[in-house]
Every structure is written in C-alpha cells, then in structure tokens.
Design a protein around this ligand. Sequence first.
Ligand SMILES: NC(=O)c1ccc[n+]([C@@H]2O[C@H](COP(=O)([O-])OP(=O)(O)OC[C@H]3O[C@@H](n4cnc5c(N)ncnc54)[C@H](OP(=O)(O)O)[C@@H]3O)[C@@H](O)[C@H]2O)c1
Length: 372
Amino acid sequence: MEIPAQDAAHMARAVELAGRGHGTTSPNPVVGCVVLDAGGQVVGEGFHAYAGGPHAEVVALAQVGERARGGTAYVTLEPCDHTGRTGPCSQALLAAGVARVVIAVPDPNPKAAGGAARLRAHGVSVTSGVLAAEAERVNEEWLTYARLERSHVTWKFAATLDGRSAAEDGTSQWITSPEARADVHRLRAAADAIVAGIGTVLADDPHLTARPTPPAGPAGAGAGGRKPLRVVVDARARTPQGARVLDDSAPTLVAIAEDTDTELKADLLRLPSDGRGLDLEALLKELAARDVVSVFLEGGPTLAGEFLRRGLVDRVVAYVAPALLGSGRAALGAAGVGTIGEIHRLTFDEISLIGPDVRLIARPATQPGREQ
Ligand SMILES: NC(=O)c1ccc[n+]([C@@H]2O[C@H](COP(=O)([O-])OP(=O)(O)OC[C@H]3O[C@@H](n4cnc5c(N)ncnc54)[C@H](OP(=O)(O)O)[C@@H]3O)[C@@H](O)[C@H]2O)c1
C-alpha cells in the first residue's frame, strides 16, 4: 500500500504516543491518537495512560472542541465500538465531526471491534493498515494476549560472551553490571507477571520483585509502584515455605501439578502436566484469564528451553557481559532442537550498550501473535 508521507508522519507520532502507556494500561492495549483540523494542522494528541482511564481518542478530542469538524484522526488501534468502562470511541469521533479516520491495526477483540464499520456507515472515510508493523510492535504484548488468549512472553537472560549463565560451581551473581541489572528491574516493573522455575528459586532464592531505580528509562516509564505477580513453576511444590518469593512484598502464585499433595501455604494454581512438566500453554492461558497480558520469564535455562520448545517465547532480551567462563551452565537448556534444521531462528531488533554490557532484543522470525 502506498502511504502518503503526511499519513505516515502523523501515524508515527501516534505510535510514539501509544508507547508512553507501556507498563500501565494492562489489561488494556496501548493506544495513541493524533487529531488534525480540516486544514491539516495538529490540534489534539492523546494516549491511553491507564486501565479505566480515558481512551486515546477521548484524550485527544478533549483538547480540540469544534476544531475537529471536517478533520482527520490517526489512531494506532481501531477505535472501540463498545461501552466498557468508557463510552465507545467511534461515537466520540462521530460526535466531534471528524471526516476521516486513519487506523494502523484492526481490533482483534470481538467485543470492541466494529468501530471502523460504524464510522464508515456514518459517512466517515476510513483508511486502515497505515504503519501497521510499527503499531503492532508498540502493542505486541496486548495483541498477542487478545489474539491467542494467552499472556505474551519475554524471556530475559544474562550471559557471558560465550553464552554461560553460571559458573561451574553454580555461582552466577553477578555476570552483568549494576546498570544492566537496573535495566532488568525497569523491564520487570513494566510486566504484569514475573515467572521463574523452581530450579532458580532453589538455587538463588530470588525476590522476583521490581525495584526500578529512578529515573526510569523508556521501558519502565510510569511503571513505578506496580507490583507484578510472581509465578513459580513448581510441579511438585518444592518451594520452601521461607523462600523470598513467598514474602509479602508482592503477590505470588505457585503453579503445581494437579495431583501434587502439599502443605505449602501459598496461592496455588493447579495445572495439567504434558509429559515434560507442567503444561506451560495452560499456565499462560490461566494467567491471561487473570488479566496478565505480559510475562517476564526469568528462567532458568530448563524452563526457558521448555517455553521455547513449545513456541511460547515472543521476545528475547539478552544481556551479554564482556566476560568469558568457558564452562558452567549454558543460558538455555534443551529446546527441542535435534538437528540444525530445527534451529529457533530469531531477528535482532535492537542492540544497545547498557553500561559495559550489550542488550540484545530479538524476536522469533515468525511470531505466533502476529498476523502473518
Ligand atoms: N543468568 C540468568 O539470566 C539466569 C536466570 C535464571 C536462572 N539462572 C540460573 O539457572 C539455574 C537454575 O536453572 P534450572 O534450569 O536448574 O531450573 P529452572 O529452569 O529455574 O527450573 C526448572 C524446574 O522447573 C520445574 N518445571 C515444572 N514444569 C516445567 C516445565 N514444563 N518445563 C521445565 N521445567 C518445569 C521442574 O521442576 P519440577 O519437576 O520439580 O517442577 C524443573 O526442574 C540457577 O543456577 C540460576 O542461577 C540464571
């Protein structure tokens, strides 16, 4: 599709605005909106900032008044057509007299979809698909959650340049720098849940809490004060009662097998097993049903390998330290690859320096959550 430069520029701004809601809108999507008057001047901008708060279109239109009449609205996600906690945005755009609406991505949620059709039915010109890839990216967690009815998974790991995540004796604190670890806390704070395997809980006794240090970077902006749910994947309920992950600093769910007898005093989630451990897709569906849109998977290598084997890793964030171990645990355990043809191919999307370390963000070459 040939996109006029004006449309691309305004939608790029709407995508940028949408990103400001990252980490605070769950279980809602992030959405940005730019409104032009009939003469093509930008008169309103908005984004959805928190669940229950006004939608991006409503925020932008509130600044505009009569100036939207005959104008154009750019929205990163199809305007909703249902009355949830706020009124339908399609109605708000009609009431404002907007003549044209440009949409990046259609709403996959059947309850909210229909906004474009309603606008068209009332004579509004609707263009869809403008900067769709960029708008998909900024909203990838929510789109995965809405399309697949499971939480979106970011697997994070820290490793040496030779791909080791622990030394031969099991020690791993710390491979990466304080700057990289602070970055991890910002990413954790923007997630709805932090997931770790029982192996990691027994080895490291982690808190799995988000303790971002101000000033927060873009990933954690506005996310301070949230307490992501902590989830331990622990078929046989081996989590020690005194484990830090069970303290009262954040809520915790211990996922155990349906047939495990246990005295453990914790919020337990019983799941079926699938021959290789707990059914991880069932876990993500259960979490989605509890409004967990985004999961930050902290390992360890065994659990991460099993998520990958099942096609349940949507994004990888790797912190690679300029250090070598030569032996010790690999960052990733068995992941269902027996021969080179079965390799898990990724695409690098972002490479940056965090202190002395490199942060790499990669995604599967084909993404289950994205429309192909
Ligand atoms: N550098 C890093 O970024 C990083 C991050 C985290 C951990 N680590 C290191 O990793 C090590 C621990 O990792 P690990 O591989 O031993 O343990 P892990 O991956 O944390 O936990 C694996 C355990 O989870 C349970 N489990 C339940 N369902 C499962 C499923 N479907 N698939 C896989 N596991 C399932 C299994 O125990 P049950 O059968 O008893 O349920 C399994 O043994 C520690 O040394 C830690 O320091 C490093």
